[in-house]
Ligand binder design. Sequence first.
Ligand code: SF4
Ligand code: SF4
Length: 363
Amino acid sequence: MTEIAIERAEEYDASIIKEKLLYMFSLTSFPDVRGKSVLVKPNILSDAPKEKAITTHPEVLRALLKILREKGAKKVYVGDSPGIQGPAFNAKVSGIRDAVEKSGAEFVDFTKSSRTHSVYKNISIPMAKVLDEADVVISVAKFKTHQLMMQTGAVKNMFGLVPSLNKSPLHLKCPSVEEFSRLIVSIFKESHTDYAIIDGIIAMEGAGPANGTPRKVGLLISSRDAFAADYAMSCIMGYQKTDMPIFLEGEKEGLTDFKSYTYPALNPNNLVIRDFKRIESGKKSLFSALILPFFTRFLKVRKAKKRNAPLFQDNCVKCRRCIEICPAKALTKGESHPLIDENACIRCYCCHEMCPVNAIKVL
Ligand code: SF4
Ligand code: SF4
């Protein structure tokens, strides 16, 4: 049986969250951390104010770190590595650094120390070295949409173990959602994640993972199985299992068993938010998958790529982050915003994810 605990939590109060988490842990076989080194991996996609719902909320971390200390963890590390990580990255803006330091845990910069793993198709991937020192690994994700993957939960969160700019070239190697899902699952497997928590008190809907809208969902989710926690989150967002190649890949790899899921507290099927602003799955209908390509080939009409290229808008502040991160080198400097070469663009949406002012739209 794979237990998935879902609890209501109305506000970011560390002492209330701590009680909720302890109850959820009692339902889901939380790992024994006594005398062990624990790596906690929150989502710090960018070090943004907590109100923007881009990062795991610091009060959730505060509650977890207190529990780990009380349960006798020997050493607790907390870290992440944003896609573009300037030298000033210190997780202070989000409040995460304060939560870490006050708990006596150690903040780890993944760019400072990594080692290479060969996890997928012999692609060498640097990953945070602290993984080697951790006996227990906990993914503490945010309840968020994702322009490419539709949702970014506890499994995708572990992509942050790959330091900073090492991430974007991997999009070029694995451009389709299916291939990228396989890559993420391989990285997740290498992380040996033992437990997953999802902060869904204030979630993000719409243009996630960085430029969506905060929305109160009022839920915490946890499980020993990160796929199971993500499945519950996706279900509440209104997705089906089959919308997500990442779930199918996890199942294929034997990392999760959908038939084993049980809900000892709330059931996600009773919590579906009908008007949650989701990212559409891009799944093709039978007509567009089989019949339309035949006619377009026949008529020698060049078919548009399945996903839309991003659109750049005039509120751009010319920070160049998108140009820097684009793995396909599809962006060049323009007058009022970067110019895109749509033929080169692989629709990975890294640019959208990194834009600090929401000047990039994906329709
Ligand atoms: S332009 Fe944006 S979506 Fe296209 S390849 Fe570059 S980063 Fe990815
Ligand atoms: S579109 Fe966004 S990320 Fe790109 S240069 Fe403009 S402000 Fe920066």
